[in-house]
Each structure stands twice: as C-alpha cells, then as structure tokens.
Ligand binder design. Structure first.
Ligand SMILES: [Zn+2]
Ligand SMILES: [Zn+2]
Length: 339
C-alpha cells in the first residue's frame, strides 16, 4: 500500500497580514512624514525640540527599565507609584501594552532563534525587525505565546487597566498629550506638535526594532556564541542601555543588562535611572550576575573576546577545598552548594 506522505509531511505556512497592524504602521509612516515635513519647511520652536527629545527618553525608559527589566524579567522591586509611572512611560512609547510586550519577549527568550520565537532571525532581518508585527505568527509560535508564564502579569490590576483601556490610553497618552503640551505651553502649532511627536514615536519604535533585529545580527558574542544575540556599543547608546544583548540573553535577570564596563557606564541611561531611584530608596532588591558567575559563563560559552575568559581558566586551576589561593567567591559558593 502506498502512503502518500506528501500531504502529511508538507506543511505550508501561508503568510497572512494582520490588517489592523498594517494600518497602524501606515499611520505611523504618514505621521513621521508629516514630522519630517515640519522640520524641513516649518519654523519649529526650540522648546519643541527639547520636549520631543525628553519624551523620547521617557518613552525609552518605559521600554527599558519598565516593560523589559521590571515587568518582564523582574530584575528589581519597586513601589506602586514607580510601577504606575513605568506603565505611563511604556504607554507613551506606544509599543503595545506591557502585557503584550512581556508575552512576546518572554517567548523570545525561551525559544530564541527557533520557529517558536516570535521575532526569530530564522526568517531574516526584515522579519525580526518589523515583519513579525505585521503578519500572523506560525501555529507553533502562537501555541507558545499562549502557554508562556504570565500569572504575575495577569494578576496585576494596573496592567489589566492598561489592557482594558488601551485604545483610549493610546489616543490620550501616546498621541494627544505630547501633541498638546507644546501647543498649550509655548504656542507651538498643533501640526508641528503632532509631527514632532510622531518622529519621537518613530524613534521609540526604532529602539524596539534594534532590540529585535540588529541585536541578533552581526557582532561580538563575549558571553554566548551559540545564539544570534550580540553586543554593540552604538546600539547601547540609542536603546538607552539595551545594546549588550549577548550579555542580556546569558543573564536575563541582571537589572543592569550589561556589566557597566567602560563606555557602557555613560551610555546605559536605563541602568543610571534604576540606580538613581535605588539611591532614593524607590527601587530595591536589584538582581545582578556576580563577577565569578560571569567569568564561568564566558569561559564555557563565550567567543573568547571577554577579558575574564582566560582569567577564569587560570584561576580555576587553583581550585580545591583548603587551597589558600581559592577565589573567595568560589569558596563561598562551594559552601552554599550554589552555582
Ligand atoms: Zn533577544
Ligand atoms: Zn530580555
């Protein structure tokens, strides 16, 4: 008996556009075009530029310290006032709700570079950058998006409020508020206020695009050479501190999202923001990867470019119980039976 395996094994995935998302992308493109027109042909006032830049930073903080490090990875704790402020900042950025953002990002970490990763690089840079947002996910990915752990998010009444009233909050906070402030306080025209806000919105989206695509493209892999995530100094600057993505995939729980070495100190605005709030007691229990844990990881899976790669291998030769030269951190870990 001949079995027709062709019908059974050949599963064709048909690309289906999600039209509301396509319409939204069109709206943003038109808005950014109006913004460029205003900057080129209209007399934009100085305070409007300063305000636009400030709103871009606030939106970026909603994505970095807010949706990403606090809500998604729980890398620090805070009070309700700061939490609501972070939801406001994320709403200003205009990139979905915190709940939807977390669902996609947790699934991305869990299944990075596979068919189940919503922003997978398997289908190319364009898909990871913007395509994934405009088309329906594969059935495998959809299933994992449904299954991913979200109990902490669904139990949060403030996040549920954002989810329930998202269309209204989008119009009010993402679009109307940053348009009206320049008009109300320094008599900017509504057209210029709208256009410049749409440029700000576009730049916040660009931060997101960088995180999903370019930070999984070409670059250094000091911590884990097995995946596509990379570290990049320039992208760290424009994403306010999310650019050391190879580090982040190795240690997602680390509130710094990098080691804050050298140039990263001044380009990681999100980490500075978290540290500043921690200084005033508004943020606490910041989780981070200890140096010896990082050293072990770079020696095991890094590409050899990290300064600790060889240090650890040399130091590790001294290991043994009772050895006077043993690394105090390692000794402590052995006693505690931890990693
Ligand atoms: Zn990633
Ligand atoms: Zn992450």
């Amino acid at each position: 008996m001949e079995i027709n395996t062709k019908d059974v094994t050949e599963k064709k995935y048909v690309i289906k556009f999600v039209w509301p998302m396509v319409m939204m992308a069109l709206f943003i493109v038109i808005g950014v075009t109006i913004g460029i027109y205003c900057m080129t042909f209209k007399d934009v006032r100085g305070p409007t530029y300063i305000f636009t830049f400030g709103a871009f930073i606030v939106g970026g903080l909603g994505l970095g310290p807010g949706a990403h490090r606090y809500f998604c990875h729980r890398s620090f704790k805070t009070n309700r006032a700061v939490k609501i402020f972070l939801i406001f900042c994320q709403q200003l950025s205009g990139i979905r709700t915190v709940s939807m953002w977390v669902r996609v990002h947790r699934t991305h970490h869990k299944f990075a570079d596979t068919d189940k990763d919503p922003t997978s690089m398997k289908y190319g840079l364009l898909h990871a950058a913007i395509g994934w947002f405009l088309i329906e996910q594969t059935p495998e990915c959809k299933r994992e998006l449904e299954r991913i752990y979200m109990d902490d998010i669904t139990a949060d009444s403030d996040l549920n409020f954002q989810l329930k009233y998202y269309p209204i909050l989008y119009v009010l906070i993402t679009i109307a508020l940053p348009t009206i402030i320049p008009y109300y306080f320094w008599n900017e025209t509504i057209l210029i206020g709208f256009g410049l806000n749409m440029i700000r919105y576009g730049l916040n989206i660009y931060q997101q695009i960088v995180g999903n695509s370019f930070l999984h493209w070409n670059g250094r892999k000091p911590y884990d050479k097995t995946g596509t995530s990379i570290d990049n100094d320039f992208y760290n600057l424009i994403t306010l501190g999310e650019g050391y993505h190879n580090f982040h995939h190795a240690f997602p729980f680390d509130y710094r999202a990098n080691e804050l070495f050298g140039i990263a100190h001044i380009t990681s605005l999100s980490s500075l923001f978290i540290n500043l709030l921690a200084f005033f007691g508004l943020i606490y229990d910041r989780k981070f990867a200890p140096r010896h844990m990082i050293a072990r990881r770079v020696a095991r899976t890094g590409d050899g470019s990290h300064i600790l790669s060889s240090t650890y291998l040399k130091e590790s030769k001294l290991w043994d119980y009772g050895d006077p030269d043993i690394n105090p951190d390692d000794e402590k870990d052995m006693k505690n039976g931890k990693l």
